[in-house]
Design a protein around this ligand. Sequence first.
Ligand code: NAP
Length: 463
Amino acid sequence: MKRIVLCGFRGTGKTEIGKVVADRLHLSFIDTDDLIEYQTGRSIPSIFHEDGEERFRAVERDVIATLPGKDVVVSCGGGAVIDPTNIERLRTDSVLVLLVADIDTIEERLAKKPRPPLTNLPLREEIAEMMERRRQFYYAAADLCIDTSETTADAAGEKIIRILQDGTTTVRQRETGMAFFKTGRIPAPELHVLESMLTAPARDPLTRLVGIAGYPCAHSKSPALFNSLFSRYSLAYHYTWFEDPEIDEIMAIARSLDVKGLSITIPFKQDVLPLLEEVDEHAARQIGAVNTIVFACGSAIGYNTDWIGVRKPLVSYKGATAVLLGAGGAAAGAAYALTDLDMKVTILNRTPESAKVLAERFGCGWGGWEDFDTIRPDLVVNATPLGMHPDDHSPLLDEQLNREMTVFDLVYTPPETPLIQQARRLGCRTITGTEMFVGQAREQFYLFFGIDVPAEKIRELVP
Ligand code: NAP
């Protein structure tokens, strides 16, 4: 039997419920906090008080590294899943069950059984603050989510066991999902895989879907990359295509199939915003486009990782003069990244009015293509589809480039675009769209699953 790992904030019932599940399934039960106390011969408050939280986390990491790999129910300390190393270890061949509860319930439970404070705040404020700070990590960790606010440990334990046996979706939901996939342009071998997951009698109820939502999205390299990562980290997930002209339809199917996450591509990055319960403050709200949705505990939360994929290869270009070609969704993420690096940015677009709208949001200059020659940039970023089939030519003329410039082409199919080939020939430094793809996919995988995959590993796996 797979290892069952319970995680979540203190006061959500991990220990009590963990014991119920272990007892019913005749498995052993391990509480990592108890194990830390046993192995160190000290209480957790004393480790925290005398050696500090960092030391406690190091001991916790060692304990998690040596947990048995199967036939066990584990209850983790509330902060354990924040560490990506722990998550990577806990996720291997395991089911992670996130327990949540409302703030009143947690406050009441903690008042009855006090624990060492995590902040200097009064209890209720501490709970609210810490739950908010950790929420992204808990959601990334969750394979299943159980609300324990209005239930007994016995009932919550029974519910977990039921889900482990049957999954979280009904036959009807899965049949509707299968009918949706059959109407798309999904290749026959992929339809067989989906059938084996959704409608075959021998299906594994714990394997969940992740996917790319777009129209079209058949060209995307994400399915191959993510499915390789699932094998590499032994995750019971499958990544597929949600191709449909209506994003409302895709979201409805994703919710009813209890999908873990979606990558969002053309033309839905903006249209999906009103369909989400929450949008990440720092990126998606300011950029105005979402390329990542994490579903957890009944909510769909939108993020943007495109800007991180643009920013990462450019950190040494702080303060540079940059021209950004294009004013669509990718350009918005790029404008956010370049201005975050204090660059002096001019946005040039075929339709200058769109460049103006984007430029005003980020405090940039703007213009039409013809203004390029007046700027003399250190950096040129192409955020138009020029270079991609059928527009397979460079957006710039040879005489517009010189060897002092760096050229970053966001287009990644083909990996060596006409612009990249031209810039190399003219002696410019080049950054390919694959670098952006790697950076945004790495962050997306982290948001979905909490595992921080090294960039080299992703680069190796990009098809
Ligand atoms: P989008 O929202 O449709 O915007 C396209 C932009 O390109 C618009 O500003 C449009 O100008 C301009 N454009 C389109 N065709 C043009 C043409 N023939 N000549 C001149 N300008 C043209 O698309 P997007 O989501 O921003 O994506 C843009 C590119 O970035 C795509 O090729 C995509 O593959 C790439 N991308 C790469 C990654 C990665 O991970 N490497 C991630 C995201 C996107 P108008 O305003 O005049 O229409």
